[in-house]
Design a protein around this ligand. Structure first.
Ligand code: FES
Length: 104
C-alpha cells in the first residue's frame, strides 16, 4: 500500500508556538508548531463544533475556545472535563519549506 503524503502548508505559515487550521481533502486539520516541530490533529473538538485552531496553545496542549477542554497535541488525548473523547492525530514531516501530512 502506498503512503498518502499530502502537502498541507508552508512551514513559515505556522507561527512559532501557535496553531493554524487547514482543510485537507475535506478534513479540518489543526497544525501546530512547537520548538520548530510540527504536529497535526483534527481541528474540530470532539465535544462540540468548535475549531481548536481558534483555541489557545500552551505546554503542548490545545485549549478549546468553547468550553476550555484541553487535548495533548502529540497524542490527541483528552486531558480534562468536559472532554470524554480523544481527537485523532496525524503524522507530519517537513520537506524543504513544505509541511506534509500522512492521510489514509
Ligand atoms: Fe470543545 Fe466543548 S466544544 S470543549
Amino acid at each position: 500500500m502506498s503512503e498518502n503524503w499530502i502537502p498541507v502548508s508552508e512551514l513559515e505559515a505556522i507561527p512559532d508556538d501557535d496553531v493554524i487550521g487547514v482543510a485537507v481533502n475535506g478534513h479540518q486539520i489543526a497544525l501546530y508548531k512547537v520548538d520548530g516541530e510540527v504536529f497535526a490533529t483534527d481541528n474540530v473538538c470532539s465535544h462540540g463544533q468548535a475549531l481548536l485552531s481558534d483555541g489557545f496553545l500552551e505546554d503542548g496542549e490545545i485549549e478549546c475556545p468553547l468550553h476550555q477542554g484541553r487535548f495533548c497535541i502529540k497524542s490527541g488525548k483528552a486531558m480534562c472535563d468536559p472532554l470524554t473523547e480523544d481527537i485523532r492525530t496525524y503524522t507530519t514531516r517537513v520537506e524543504g519549506e513544505e509541511v506534509m501530512l500522512l492521510l489514509d
